[in-house]
Design a protein around this ligand. Sequence first.
Ligand code: SF4
Ligand code: SF4
Length: 204
Amino acid sequence: MKNYILKLWQGFFTIMIGMKVTFRHLFIPAVTIQYPTVRPEMPERERNRLYVNMDDCIGCDICARACPVNCIDIETVKSVPGEDLGITTNGKKKALWVTTFDIDIAKCCYCELCVFPCPTDCIYMTDVYEFSEFERDNFIYDFVTLTPDEKEEKKKNREEFMIKKESEKAATAKMKAEEEAAKKNENVTKSKNNTDDKPEENKE
Ligand code: SF4
Ligand code: SF4
């Protein structure tokens, strides 16, 4: 009987030790929250999903070059004379059409190295931290604001401008060469005339 009571006590005591933590938490405030109804407050310098304000992007490629994992892909097309792209919020003149600006956020390591060197402060971390996807391709964010037709138009304008410029350059070079050739011919004729005149002078 004594042994039975001892075992009973040991069982009860062991359960009490096991439940100690549980009992303690019954009387202290909970640290868990009812996510997603309740959202956690994020630290002041949190790093989450990137965003690019394309109105201020000048297409300088500095962010892409700063990225240690090459997850930013930028392509630009130079504007042609007569096109006004406007200026950025901090007064920088825009001269390039940004035709590709992709960030593969699945590769991003949230180092923020692309954010600091941006001359127009248009790439920055947002407070968005819930962006899970089923497809990996959906993690490639396209920030370009031009439509596919507009992209083609800008490329075509630049190509046509370059062709025109090249042909003008070639025409100028040709004209210059012709002028030089004419000058050379003139000089040759002059020196020939001088040589023809000399013997007669000598004869006299
Ligand atoms: S946060 Fe870092 S890894 Fe992510 S895009 Fe910027 S530079 Fe690249
Ligand atoms: S550094 Fe800034 S302005 Fe330059 S391409 Fe990147 S986002 Fe655009």
